[in-house]
Design a protein around this ligand. Structure first.
Ligand SMILES: Nc1ncnc2[nH]cnc12
Ligand SMILES: [Zn+2]
Length: 357
């Protein structure tokens, strides 16, 4: 069980997070705080009773029927987030909490279209989130990358416009010793019916520009959403990917090509993809040699940040320290950071394992 010394071991593991939506860190209390500051009218009590107070909104987030039910809440709450400082505050909420959970390196998603569609300038969003990343490195020693996601329920033409905004703003360009502000592309939102192939052109353009590529796949959708992301989008990682177990041939390919899955156990339970964490194919992935990291997805909605996910996995699978070593090693090596940073993280892992031997 995840208690006492084992909990300390999990807490002290040097974690890399690869599947985290910054917008998914918008808690009910931060939503109300920003709405008040910005003079934003959240839905009225008559329209949506859950917006009566922080407490009623917290209660609403205790149960989601499925991914779409969650996404409806997720997009609505964003109305409260307006200024560059708001985006920085949202990013900072993530970095401070993740730091306390032992995250050393984070590759975080953001959804520009959920803001530009409300009239917020693209630069306001990116500059705010990037300010939080820079502050995290300076004040907390955490390294990070931003991953720009396309919303798959919107047409590819909207993704193309988003791509153009990032190019025009110079956010994909490395400048004078500074890395590019946006390191990679992602694909999220409603999965079933919105196939990865629709975004082929944007991903081809991203590959040409030297951007990293990942996409949500096999969260609710069948394994063809995973193979589609590999074949059409040339993804280096797959976000979620739990439906992979339905296709043994594809599983063998994922192992052979060393594609990292970014698994989010508490999210899968909250969105009813599985009944309990024990149904997430953690044991199967370890046995078959599928590389994966463990992540929090949308922690303000799914009951906890990364450490809660590590603990939930431990409670469900009772993994050995050797198995945790494999998981953390794979998350370090599957990160989109340079070898020097990976070596630092691997050495932190070594120290942690020695301390807890
Ligand atoms: N779990 C998830 N799946 C798809 N899109 C998302 N956007 C935020 N969280 C998501
Ligand atoms: Zn996600």
């Amino acid at each position: 069980m995840c208690q006492g010394p084992f909990h300390n071991f999990l807490a002290e593991l040097p974690k890399c997070e690869h599947h985290l939506h910054l917008e998914g860190c918008l808690s009910p209390s931060l939503t109300f705080k920003l709405a008040t500051k910005n003079n934003i009218k959240l839905p009225s009590k008559e329209e949506k009773p859950e917006y009566e107070s922080v407490e009623t909104l917290e209660k609403r987030y205790e149960h989601f029927d499925n991914l779409q039910d969650f996404l409806n809440c997720y997009y609505l709450a964003l109305d409260a987030v307006i200024t560059q400082d708001d985006f920085e505050a949202l990013g900072w909420e993530y970095f401070t909490t993740a730091h306390a959970d032992g995250v050393k390196h984070a590759e975080v998603f953001f959804d520009p279209q959920s803001h530009t569609d409300r009239g917020i300038p693209f630069q306001t969003v990116v500059n705010g989130f990037n300010a939080a990343c820079e502050r995290a490195e300076k004040e907390l020693g955490m390294t990070s990358q931003l991953i720009m996601c396309f919303l798959r329920h919107l047409p590819a033409s909207s993704a193309a416009e988003t791509m153009q905004s990032a190019i025009a703003g110079g956010f994909f360009t490395a400048q004078q010793g500074r890395e590019r502000v946006i390191a990679g592309l992602g694909l999220d939102s409603s999965e079933v019916g919105f196939r990865p192939e629709l975004f082929k052109e944007q991903y081809a353009q991203g590959k040409e520009l030297g951007l990293h590529r990942t996409a949500h796949g096999g969260e609710e959708g069948d394994p063809s959403y995973i193979s589609g992301a590999l074949d059409s989008l040339h993804c280096e990682r797959i976000d979620h990917g739990i439906k992979l177990v339905q296709d043994p041939e594809l599983l063998a390919r994922i192992v052979k090509e060393e594609i990292l899955l970014t698994v989010c156990p508490l999210s899968n339970v909250c969105l009813q993809a599985v009944k309990e964490v024990g149904e997430v194919p953690i044991r199967k992935f370890l046995q078959e040699g599928v590389k994966f990291s463990i992540n929090s997805d949308d922690p303000a909605y799914f009951g906890g940040y990364i450490l809660k996910n590590y603990c939930a996995v431990q409670n469900a699978f009772n993994l050995s320290k050797e198995e945790w070593k494999t998981i953390v090693q794979n998350s370090i090596n599957g990160s989109w950071t340079g070898q020097k940073r990976k070596d630092e993280l691997l050495s932190m892992l070594d120290q942690c394992l020695k301390k807890h031997a």
